[in-house]
Design a protein around this ligand. Structure first.
Ligand code: FAD
Length: 1118
């Protein structure tokens, strides 16, 4: 304590987990207090428990759970569950422990301390759960300091008075927390204690929108009247500086006999205590949910048989996978383990950032614009360059004389590397700071002072609507313009339809790639003006070309090597190039290796994401629900550069066309906005197109008051309309159009009829939980391009394959190896002469695999398989004479591979390079999925109870890999449809900047049950080994979750109508019948659509009907 002076430069630490949230707080001195005896004590006393400030949350949980003597049996006496317990009979400590288990993760709870958490709440207004629940049990804290005589001075203060007060005075520290517990239950009353939490994820890694801990002493007289005493209502995280007590409500409830009127007034009063600070996001939602919590606490005391809400029921989930295997192309079609999965699991797999730094290696950190649109008046790097370890600032001024300021060079377009005099989005690159470590480079980048001129450029364009108003557009790329041409006569189609919906608007937001490995590069200058670059990219080709043009050197001077990529999802097709060019430029200028690995926040800020879309459609249909015409205008938001967005109309149209709309007319606009350029992202355009198709179906169904699945079925294509929409080549025959069979199979295998009835019955009985079951089809258009391969056989019989395909986790290497084993084994009578383990696939190298193209569109694996197969067939042809000669010499036993190779070696060229070009540039994939969800009307939370999915992979190249792709894509789709929203504020800053603000699916938010079946479609001779791709299409099927949520919301809104009528609060419901639920269907949006005031309406309706009952009783007695 003598050392600790309580200054800002000195930080006491226990787990130091606060650094995960407050990343910029970096004191010079740390004092570890995790082992100080007085701070790690946990003791149970007669009237409560004392918890040392350094006790970890995990140890605290363990302690609370083991306080057996406090565990009193719960009573259901008279239906009131009022033991020293929550309603399920657990004790106060157990309720606390259960809540603490929802904080962060095991890992954080094992390190993070109770005191550290409370100090975060005190110092930084952290949205703590610990503070709220401890406030609910009236905790006190003990603070110690050194007295003037060197003695220890102790003071005890109520937790309420401790929170939100900033730093402790010099030299003071938190010693322990005191939790009073009354172990002597009174005969007349019992304790009711419950805690609540509403967060984007039920278990951990998501801070709560609001949390609460409510305590009351409850008594019930003989006539069943319930009275509350000692009410303590603690609420936090709702946009408050610290957890608070709802004093007005406490006063209102204390000592009053509980009635519906009293509850109604309590919920109303709560709004005067729970007041989020101005600027709090989702403020109304938070206040509404606080009311829901209070309702959940109080209403069971009046409604003894009510169903209320089911708790999140654990992490256990189940799955079933059904595949059909054939030996036709053995070992292709076998569910073999993915190559290198063991290396990945053990951490041995080498990614770019794992390559040891060469001598003298430097690190680069990007300097980027903080304004959405501004002229750059001045960039002052003087102070930044004084940061320890900093070497240089590299910007457009450093481009060599023969080079060009470009970050991406493609065959027909290019994009700039660094902004010079104008910045056009937040995240626009201006330069890189280069230093001896990434930390130093980042620190220096943060010190660059940019002087912006905002006035001379006007306000930024931040939405598609603004772009339309200002006619800020990019032209649709000519290559896809043809794919969006009209079908049929639109005027006739509209005339044919008996009913119409006009100008309905739906939209989708962006989605971040959130790959495990962020954008990473290592650039090493080599002799003779060359550059070797290791890049995490899906397109080494682009990177090579772009670096060469930027530096003004020939393409062959740049060698780009990519062994594997830790997830790309499209984000490393185009956007990885600029990262690599910046490092290469710095390396070229400084003649030293330069590397970077973007931190997550930077990556999320500068690497675009999925293009948002806004569609306005008009549709005509018959009374039976057959659509006769569809007209839509689609606005695609590109950001300040066209990137991939200009290609989206083609993809969008393909997926939209999954239904037969009769006549179809589409108008696409590519909006240029002052946001970071959007780029390819798994299923680009097709995700948005499929969503629009389902929105149209949902709206038609709502209008006709029919089940959407009926409308879906009534608008399925037959083979003739499919040919009209997609062209006869892609449509194929009725045999290859498997969607109708897939749909029927799914309906039967998942018991659609029974399940639908069960959902209906559930909804009739349940007030606060509603279920929805929905089923959607997809038609996905896979674009297939040319791919090459090189196969080399070595003297020992081992084989090396090189393909232009980058292994990005999609299992490309695994499938390619199977294809090579199959093709080479054709020499042998049983087709099994080449052991797959003899085949190795090496990294992608832009020099040996020149002009290699892109790894994308799901079809690179099969394209590479076809190229490898063809190359192997050439080798087989070359080897056949030797094989036959050897066979003739020993007719009784089959020739061995090794013998063959050792003989053939001297006369045969053992290396083949082959380029494969598919006959058709695209083909169709089919699938269907049904999902069942349950929404909680009090908080808006959703659980996906089950998904059944059938997908046509043709004859799967590797069912294990394809199932993995299907499940992974579907889960990423859940993120898009449920949680991964990207909002943009008035300055053009995106809400999604890291793990605290952006929530991808986790074990607690994915489907509890997942059944996947690979539909074994008839042999497709025109496809590569009769297979179809699986990488992107299944993403779209997560739309079934979204549609199921819509159905659950519809069910919730039906009940609401009755409450509006009964409550007499309003003549009409403020929530209209017709509603839009744009993805992501987040808990806040779901709650809004169910009605932020639904609890009040319900309570008012109960109060009104109770009065009626009383009146009825009175009139009967008269
Ligand atoms: C990913 C993640 C998710 C999280 N989710 C949640 C959540 O949902 N709900 C929630 O409530 N919390 C959450 N937390 C916060 C977590 O509970 C806290 O980070 C943790 O409890 C802090 O403990 P620590 O020992 O690591 O504190 P440290 O980081 O070591 O210290 C935190 C602060 O307390 C000060 N301090 C520590 N001990 C003392 C002392 N004895 N006297 C005076 N000052 C002291 C330190 O100087 C520092 O300023 C989350 C944290 C992470 C990283």
């Amino acid at each position: 304590m003598k050392t600790y002076q309580g200054t800002a430069e000195v930080k006491l630490v226990v787990g130091n987990t606060a650094a995960g949230y407050y990343k910029d707080i970096r004191p010079n001195v740390y004092i570890d207090v995790s082992k100080v005896d007085e701070l790690v004590k946990l003791c149970e006393k007669a009237d409560g428990i004392e918890v040392g400030a350094s006790v970890t949350i995990s140890n605290f949980i363990g302690f609370l759970e083991n306080l057996e003597n406090l565990k009193l049996e719960g009573s259901t006496n008279g239906g009131i569950d009022v033991a020293n317990s929550s309603t399920d009979g657990t004790s106060v400590p157990h309720v606390l422990a259960a809540h603490l288990k929802k904080i962060a993760s095991n890992h954080v709870r094992n390190w993070g301390s109770v005191g550290g958490n409370l100090m975060m709440a005190r110092l930084y207004n952290f949205e703590s759960d610990v503070a709220t629940i401890l406030l609910g049990v009236d905790a006190h804290v003990k603070i110690v300091s050194l007295g003037s005589e060197g003695n220890i001075v102790t003071e005890t203060v109520r937790l309420e008075d401790f929170l939100g007060k900033g730093a402790l005075e010099n030299g003071k520290l938190l010693q322990s927390i005191w939790i009073p517990i009354d172990k002597q239950p009174s005969k007349d009353s019992q304790v009711l204690f419950k805690t609540f939490r509403a967060a984007p994820r039920p278990l951990g890694f998501a801070l709560a929108f609001v949390n609460a801990a409510f305590f009351a002493r409850v008594s019930e007289n003989k006539s069943g009247v319930v009275t509350l005493e000692e009410v303590r209502l603690a609420l936090g995280a709702f946009g408050t500086e610290h957890a608070i007590r709802a004093r007005r409500v406490e006063k209102h409830l204390n000592g009053k006999p509980l009635t519906w009127d009293v509850i109604f007034e309590a919920i109303r009063l709560l709004k005067t205590d729970v007041v989020p600070k101005s600027g709090t996001s989702k403020a109304e939602y938070r206040v509404s949910v606080a009311g829901s919590f209070l309702f959940q606490f109080l209403s069971p005391l009046l409604e003894k048989d009510s169903d209320h809400v089911s708790e999140f029921n654990g992490l256990l989930s189940s799955g079933k996978q059904r595949i059909t295997m054939t030996d036709e192309y053995y070992p292709v079609g076998q569910p073999t383990v993915k190559i290198a999965s063991d290396l990945q699991a053990s951490g041995e797999a080498v990614y770019v950032d794992d390559i040891p730094s060469p001598e003298n290696c430097l690190h680069a950190a990007f300097v980027y614009s903080e304004k959405a649109l501004a002229k750059v008046k001045n960039v002052d790097v003087q102070e930044a360059l004084e940061t320890p370890g900093t070497v240089a600032y590299i910007s457009a001024a450093d481009i060599p004389p023969k080079g060009k300021n470009i970050g991406l060079k493609m065959a027909i377009s290019e994009a700039r590397l660094f902004a010079t005099d104008l910045v056009e989005c937040i995240g626009h690159f201006m330069g890189v700071m280069v230093a001896d470590s990434y930390d130093h480079a980042k620190e220096a980048a943060g010190k660059v002072k940019v002087e912006y001129d905002l006035k001379s450029v006007g306000p930024p364009i931040l939405s598609a609507k603004d772009a339309m108003e200002q006619n800020s557009m990019f032209p649709v790329h000519f290559a896809v313009a043809g794919e969006t041409k009209p079908i049929g006569d639109i005027a006739e189609g509209f005339a044919e339809g008996e009913l119409k919906l006009e100008d309905v608007q739906v939209s989708t937001e962006s989605q971040k790639h959130f790959y495990m490995e962020t954008q990473t590069t290592l650039a090493i200058p080599d002799e003779d003006n060359c550059m070797v670059v290791y890049s995490s990219t899906q397109t080494p080709d682009n990177v090579q070309r772009s670096i060469a043009v930027a530096l003004g050197i020939p393409y062959h001077n740049v060698r780009v090597i990519t062994r594997r990529v830790g997830g790309g999802f499209g984000g490393k097709v185009f956007r990885s190039s600029a990262i690599a060019v910046a490092c290469a430029l710095a390396a070229y200028k400084l003649r030293r290796p330069v590397r970077t690995s973007l931190d997550r926040n930077t990556d999320m800020c500068v690497i675009g994401g999925r293009s948002p879309s806004t569609s306005t459609f008009s549709v005509a249909f018959t009374k039976e629900g057959r659509i006769t015409a569809l007209k839509a205008q689609v606005l695609i938001e590109a950001g300040y550069e066209p990137d991939f967005s200009v290609f989206l109309p083609g993809d969008f149209t393909h997926a939209l066309k999954k239904y037969n709309y009769g006549a179809l007319e589409l108008d696409f606009r590519i909006c240029k906005t002052n946001t970071v350029p959007k780029t390819a992202m798994r299923g680009p355009g097709q995700v948005q197109g499929s969503f629009l198709a389902e929105s149209i179906i949902e709206h038609v169904a709502a209008r006709l008051k029919l089940d959407p699945e009926i409308i879906r079925e009534r608008n399925f294509h037959d083979i003739s309309s499919l040919s009209k929409y997609y062209g006869a080549g892609a449509a194929g025959s009725s045999e290859s159009y498997t969607l109708p069979s897939i749909w029927a199979r799914l309906k039967a295998s998942m018991n659609w009829v029974d399940r639908e009835r069960e959902v209906q019955q559930f909804n009739e009985k349940s007030t606060w939980m509603k279920r929805g079951l929905a089923m959607i089809p997809i038609i996905y258009c896979n674009m297939a391009g040319s791919k090459s391969a090189m196969v080399s056989i070595f003297a020992d019989g081992s084989i090396v394959l090189e393909t232009p395909g980058v292994e990005i986790g999609q299992g490309l290497h695994t499938k390619v190896r199977q294809a090579a084993a199959f093709a080479l084994s054709k020499l042998f009578s049983k087709g099994r002469g080449v052991d797959i383990s003899r085949i190795r696939i090496v990294q992608m190298d832009s020099i040996s695999m020149a002009n290699s193209g892109i790894t994308s569109n799901s079809t690179t694996s099969e394209g590479c398989c076809a190229a490898v197969q063809a190359a192997c067939e050439i080798l087989v042809e070359r080897l056949t004479p030797t094989f036959q000669m050897l066979q003739a010499g020993a007719p009784d036993s089959e020739v061995k591979w090794d013998t063959l190779i050792s003989k053939a070696m001297f006369m045969t060229d053992m290396k083949v390079h082959h380029k494969y070009t598919p006959k058709q540039s695209f083909y169709l994939n089919y699938g269907a999925a049904a999902s069942e969800v349950e929404i909680n009307l009090l908080t808006g939370e959703t659980q996906i109870l089950a998904t059944d999915l059938v997908f046509d992979c043709g004859k799967s190249l590797n069912p294990a890999v394809d199932i993995g792709q299907i499940e992974g894509a579907f889960v990423q789709g859940i993120g898009f449809f449920m949680t991964e929203g990207v909002e943009i504020d008035k300055d053009g800053r995106e809400s999604a900047d890291g793990t605290w603000t952006y929530k991808i699916p986790t074990v607690d938010t994915i489907n509890k049950r997942f059944h996947v079946e690979l539909f074994n479609s008839p042999a497709l001779q025109e496809r590569v080994l009769s297979s179809k791709a699986s990488g992107e299409a299944p993403f779209l099927l997560a739309g079934s979750v979204y549609c199921a949520i819509r159905k659950a919301v519809i069910s919730a809104r039906k009940d609401r109508k009755n409450w509006v009528a009964d409550s007499k609060l309003a003549d009409q419901d403020s929530v209209p019948d017709d509603f839009r639920l744009n993805p992501p269907a987040s808990m806040t949006r779901i709650k809004e659509l169910c009605g932020l005031d639904n609890v009040e309406l319900y309570v008012a309706s109960m109060a009104a009907s109770n009065q009626n009952i009383k009146l009825d009783a009175q009139s009967n007695s008269v």
